[in-house]
Design a protein around this ligand. Structure first.
Ligand code: BDR
Ligand code: CA
Length: 313
């Protein structure tokens, strides 16, 4: 069983990935930590509690960061045109959910849980990397205790989706992402290079809802707004970014990767750009030297990834 802490900003595609983690037989979801991004921290935490209640998820929810690790960064606003005003496709999530959050902030929950299960926990981070960076800053030794970090974020050989240079999860807190990518732990990055190839059609989702019952029907309902957003970009269907990172955990053979140190541009025209120095390529001295080699996904088998999701849901 893979023990997973899911760090998320629900978010429509975050919700699908959460249901996948909850239902997959080889995954033991031991914590959900929230972060700002697709909506404010109050909204993403409320949404995590809502989904926990609706889907009967046992894992605790710990509330995380509501702003960038460098508080002097200007506030970027919320992408309500992608995920809706309520972050879940405007389905009318209640203002408050009568479930408690964990008493610890997300970064502390991560530290405690990783220490309790040395070498066993996989962190799957599909929002801003702020909670992970805060955890590393507080307790750097956790880097040696985590099994693997899997990140949805970045754009390496393709354009970004917020600017031509940067993808949303990284652009939303570049300093935090740079801390995470340069720490001495194993990071696998599932970025736009592969996620944008993975489109789930409305028909595919509707069929899953028929077979999967009311939990998948809720997912289909809250996805409609997001599907409408993607209509002009991919035609029929939606890009299921965050689920790709979760599928990587259980089916890494469906991806090809490239290894090398990764840095994030912090500031200026290319703010939030992710750049990898491929192992074996030689340059002059640079800011990529003497850093851990991380894995960047370069190729995906989208149809097979969709089947892994269908089987779990
Ligand atoms: C990422 O940004 C968010 O909108 C999605 O949930 C995903 O994590 C894609 O760039
Ligand atoms: Ca997300």
């Amino acid at each position: 069983m893979y023990k997973v802490i899911y760090d998320t900003d629900p978010g429509v595609d975050d919700a699908m990935a959460l249901l996948f983690l909850h239902l997959h037989p080889d995954i033991d979801l031991i914590g959900v930590t929230t972060v700002f991004g697709n909506a404010s921290i109050e909204t993403t935490t409320r949404n995590a509690l809502f989904l926990k209640r609706e889907w009967g998820i046992a894992a605790p929810v710990a509330k995380g960061a509501g702003e960038t690790i460098d508080p002097s960064r200007p506030h970027a606003g919320w992408p309500t045109f992608i995920h809706g005003e309520d972050g879940l496709g405007n389905i009318g999530v209640p203002e408050t959910i009568d479930l408690p959050v964990d008493r610890r902030p997300a970064y502390r929950f991560i530290i405690d849980t990783v220490r309790a299960h040395p070498g066993e926990v996989t962190l799957i981070a599909v929002g801003r990397m702020t909670n992970l960076a805060l955890a590393l800053r507080e307790s750097p030794e956790i880097a040696g205790l985590v099994r693997e970090v899997i990140v949805m974020g970045g754009a390496f050989d393709v354009p970004g989706n917020v600017t031509p240079a940067a993808e949303a999860n990284i652009h939303g807190d570049p300093e935090a992402a740079d801390i995470v990518f340069t720490a001495p732990w194993k990071v696998t990055i599932v970025g736009l290079d592969v996620t944008t190839k993975t489109v789930m059609t409305g028909g595919f989702l509707a069929e899953m809802a028929v077979a999967g019952g009311k939990d998948v029907q809720l997912l289909a309902d809250l996805s409609q707004f997001y599907i409408d957003f993607y209509k002009q970009r991919v035609g029929d269907g939606m890009v299921i970014h965050d689920s790709c990172a979760c599928v990587y955990l259980v089916a890494p053979e469906l991806f090809e990767t490239r290894s090398g140190s990764v840095r994030v541009v912090c500031g200026g025209l290319a703010d939030g750009q992710t750049i990898q120095k491929p192992d074996g390529r030689h340059f002059g001295p640079s800011a990529w030297d003497d850093l851990p080699s991380q894995m960047v996904c370069t190729v995906i088998q989208p149809e097979k990834v969709l089947q892994v999701i269908r089987t779990a849901l």
